[in-house]
Design a protein around this ligand. Structure first.
Ligand SMILES: C=CC1=C(C)c2cc3[nH]c(cc4nc(cc5[nH]c(cc1n2)c(C)c5CCC(=O)O)C(CCC(=O)O)=C4C)c(C)c3C=C
Ligand SMILES: [Fe+2]
Length: 347
């Protein structure tokens, strides 16, 4: 049996041209239209266009400043590394990348996998912390595309921040970076600040467990580092005047009682505008204005152990053993029977 593994990702435009960036943003805003309440599809499309036109200029400036997003390149390398590793083990697999908001889109990746003759497909979102606008939406899109094509041998996987190697590899990356910079993480004048991508309160009120996962995950990483006191802030995208997660990362930086901050971005598995621009440029400036030395931990996107995490996630479904052996259980965020995750609470 051959398996196509679709790594589901957010995507960022390959080049910062206005048309591409506006279309990208329009798709994001349209997908999240429910956060402003009920509207008709036509109204939501018009509103998405308006928001996209307004946000495009600043976002293009960010992409230009960082010389284009490295997301696609890093995501492709991860997919290739996973395919190579599994093939070395004799598995008949191919990996594909399906993006929510840029090409190759999720349905295009599915078409490619079906055309390559795979008789089983696994959808794995590259988001450790399961949320409605990312993990759940990307899986729903994949399921809808598979249904349209009458393809039913689809296995959906969701959140995986509880994989034991994952927090360990991130904690090691923080430690190694601090040592390289000559920063003592146990010094009371050093503040470890976790920065999570924010989410609108609406999603939490609707039952998303994203904030619970974030809190649990940062506690784990801090524990692995032997640090009792740390900070957590959210990188919010407030374009619509609605409440998002708190505290905002900017507020954390303004109020932190330390001489230096070590900022760890926890929501991503690659570098992108949120790390290279929002943190390295904007937050860095704010930290310096507040009199703080600023250090941002690079994303360990090419850590070999990350490939191992991905391998473990797909292995039960390729090797046909009971996924419960690897602690997989029914996902609660996407409660469609058969969607498996490592994050659901254990009764
Ligand atoms: C590669 C880029 C991005 C990743 C990865 C990403 C992850 C991520 N996003 C959310 C929740 C939301 N993000 C929203 C908007 C938004 N996100 C990105 C980029 C990435 N997000 C962009 C470019 C935008 C557009 C808005 C902007 O730039 O200001 C939204 C929708 C907001 C709305 O409709 O008003 C949500 C919700 C999470 C939880 C997450 C986790 C990894
Ligand atoms: Fe986002």
């Amino acid at each position: 049996m051959s398996t196509g593994i679709l790594l589901l990702n957010f995507g960022e435009p390959a080049t910062p041209e206005r048309e591409a960036v506006v279309s990208y943003l329009e798709r994001i805003f349209f997908n999240n239209r429910e956060i402003e309440g009920d509207t008709t599809e036509a109204e939501a499309r018009e509103r998405s266009r308006e928001l996209a036109e307004r946000r495009a200029g600043p976002l293009i400036e960010e992409y230009e400043a960082i010389g284009g997003s490295p997301l696609n390149k890093q995501a492709r390398k991860q997919a290739q590394a996973l395919e190579d590793r599994l093939r070395e083990r004799g598995r008949d697999v191919e990996t594909y990348i399906g993006m929510q908001f840029t090409e190759p889109f999720i349905d295009e990746a599915l078409d490619a996998a079906i055309a390559d003759g795979h008789d089983r497909i696994i959808g794995l979102p590259i988001y450790p912390l399961c949320g409605p606008s990312t993990t759940v939406d990307s899986l729903e899109e994949l399921r809808a595309a598979a249904d349209e094509r009458d393809f039913d041998a689809l296995q959906e996987l969701s959140g995986w921040h509880r994989h034991p190697d994952y927090p360990r590899l991130r904690a090691d990356a923080i430690q190694a970076f601090a040592e390289k910079r000559g920063v003592d993480l146990s010094d009371p004048d050093t503040a470890l600040v976790f920065s999570a991508h924010g989410t609108p309160q609406h999603y939490l009120e609707e039952g998303s467990r994203y904030d619970i996962y974030v809190t649990e995950y940062v506690e784990t990483v801090a524990g692995l580092l032997g640090i009792d006191e740390y900070e957590l802030g959210y990188q919010n995208h407030e374009n619509r005047g609605i409440p998002w997660t708190e505290p905002e990362i900017e507020e954390v930086i303004e109020t932190v009682d330390a001489e230096r901050v070590v900022v760890e971005p926890i929501s991503f598995m690659h570098e992108q505008s949120e790390t290279l621009s929002e943190l390295d440029v904007e937050l860095h400036e704010e930290a310096e204005e507040a009199g703080l030395e600023f250090h941002r931990v690079p994303i360990p996107h090419d850590d070999e152990r990350f490939v191992g995490v991905l391998e473990d996630l797909v292995e039960p479904f390729i090797a046909d053993f009971d996924p419960a052996v690897y602690q997989f259980r029914q996902c609660e965020c996407r409660d469609e029977p058969g969607t498996m995750c490592l994050n659901a609470p254990i009764e």
